[in-house]
Design a protein around this ligand. Structure first.
Ligand code: ADP
Length: 216
């Protein structure tokens, strides 16, 4: 049994041993915040530190576009306007990834869910597999700071939806209208954990890491 525990610790995997039965506990964290709040940057670092599988629906959709698939072609038109792609598309993408994971301590969901309907679908998907949402980390960044960051990002980014200020503004509006209601949904379940998203990347990473280390 000791060896199993050592192996689990080395992979940051939580295990529960009941009557010699080994149960692997996967944790599920949502990272939230408007475009420009730094979710992507922080997610990559958190996933590495805590051995989580980083699932970004934005990255998955851009991979479809880059591969020139039929789905990618259809979704590209929606994304270039800053609108959300249909719920079913991203829910299916996430379901496929969840079922393919091995040797991970859990999942870090970045940019998903983005609507209450996606949240309910995610909860069901996790419940069906004996899991749940463990925490929602929300990066708080005020509007003026977001606009500043997005202007800077427009110069460096190769994403067409970052280049057009009208599209960026629409993405922020869509976030407020369709995605922010998830915060209340999660707050009622005691999952909501706000994090100050202003400061250096290292400082913000430390704030997030402190919260994640209490869960894993
Ligand atoms: P950002 O956080 O900078 O807005 P993302 O990479 O998360 O960027 O998403 C880019 C675009 O991909 C979104 O504006 C939207 O069109 C689409 N998208 C990504 N995730 C989802 C999702 N969960 N539901 C619907 N659309 C999504």
């Amino acid at each position: 049994m000791k060896e199993v525990q050592k192996f689990a610790v080395s992979l940051c995997i939580n295990i529960l041993i009941i009557n010699n039965l080994i149960l692997f506990i996967m944790i599920n964290i949502l990272i939230f915040g408007p475009p420009g709040s730094g979710k992507g940057t922080q997610s990559v670092r958190l996933a590495e530190k805590f051995n989580l599988l980083h699932l970004s629906t934005g990255d998955m959709l851009r991979a479809e576009i880059a591969a020139g698939t039929e789905l990618g072609k259809k979704m590209s038109a929606i994304m270039s306007k800053g609108e959300l792609v249909p719920d079913e598309v991203v829910i299916e993408m996430i379901a496929v990834k969840i079922d393919s994971v091995k040797d991970k301590a859990g999942f870090l969901f970045d940019g998903f869910p983005r609507t209450v309907a996606q949240t309910i679908a995610l909860e069901k998907m996790l419940n069906d597999r004996g899991m749940k949402i463990d925490s929602m980390l929300v990066l708080d960044v005020d509007y003026n700071e977001l606009v500043k960051r997005m202007i800077l990002r427009a110069e460096q980014s190769d994403r067409p939806d970052d280049k057009d200020p009208a599209v960026v503004a629409n993405r922020i509006d869509v976030y407020r209208e369709k995605t922010e209601p998830i915060i209340d949904f999660c707050r009622e379940k005691g999952l909501y954990q706000p994090v100050n998203g202003v400061g250096s990347i290292d400082d913000i990473f430390e704030r997030l890491s402190d919260l994640v280390s209490k869960i894993v």
